[in-house]
Design a protein around this ligand. Sequence first.
Ligand SMILES: Nc1ncnc2c1ncn2[C@@H]1O[C@H](COP(=O)(O)OP(=O)(O)OP(=O)(O)O)[C@@H](O)[C@H]1O
Length: 343
Amino acid sequence: MISIKNLQKVFKSGTNQVQAVDDVNLNIEKGEIYGVIGYSGAGKSTFIRLLNRLEDPTSGEIVIDGEDIANLRAGQLRKARQEIGMVFQHFNLLWSRTVRENIAFPLEIAGTPKQERQERVDELIKLVGLTGREDAYPSQLSGGQKQRVGIARALANRPKVLLCDEATSALDPETTDQILDLLVNINEQLDLTIILITHEMHVIRKISHRVAVMEEGKVVEEGDVLDVFLHPKEKVTKRFVEQIMGDQEQDDTMETMLAEYQTGQVVRLHFVGEKTNQALISEVSREFPSVSFNILQGKITQTKKGAYGTLFVHIDGTDEDIKKAIQYISETSVEVEVNHNVS
Ligand SMILES: Nc1ncnc2c1ncn2[C@@H]1O[C@H](COP(=O)(O)OP(=O)(O)OP(=O)(O)O)[C@@H](O)[C@H]1O
């Protein structure tokens, strides 16, 4: 659906040159939530602004649904832009207009007749959960509500793709989660392709199907979120994954746990996407009633493709039963690492 080839953006000022986007090549499928992550200055904002030509590319191709956005002239560009919605970090609302009027704005620009405009606005208000706040002004809204207006406005002209530029970075964690849930709903209900840029791994983990990692203008790593989580190759990617997993921390506490348990075994279960932790532990407890399972600690993170992470479990019972329980777990997709055997 979106094909980006050899995309370059060089900013020039006097003798200074900054290569903000450096030979980016990506393919994004219809209906996908595609995340681009990178630290400040990596080129994410420039990249996303190239996609709707808020910036002009220095060279390269951006084909969205068969149309090369990079080479459109002014008139064609105006039309194409209506098919690309954008949500901004700081909402960019019109302060003298109500919620309803803000959402209607892109429809007015597109020349949508009044009756149709009103119907569409009503639909959007419902979709983003702003019923009852239609006549409020932006200054009377919370951050999350402002972003809901931003999202409704971006969807007004039924775009083919929604671009989100750090859409949750100005929000607190709880509101962030609500807005991310809304984006997932919209993606699923409308089968809408969403491209988002962020510096927060949490955003990628929670809603993205695939991710690209940017550094110094380049995409240094790309793939399914779960694959990238499990096998980060680049240093920068490892840093992002550590942000939410904290592996080093777990290795340190392992030693403490081993010292604590004198009977049974402490095992580390590695979840790689196929089974959820709760389902497995209750299933194995049911199968082996004579064995006790005690979850000691763990860090499991849910991605769009399943659970990923590790769980430390103390298993106690007779040697024979413990062995059978471990064998049972090993036969699922969960990898078992036996750390301790004292009996
Ligand atoms: N209009 C501009 N003129 C000159 N240089 C620019 C311009 N916009 C961005 N840059 C430079 O391009 C590089 C990439 O910036 P960009 O804002 O795209 O990165 P980013 O990953 O989005 O970071 P941030 O989250 O801090 O905005 C930086 O070195 C930045 O200084």
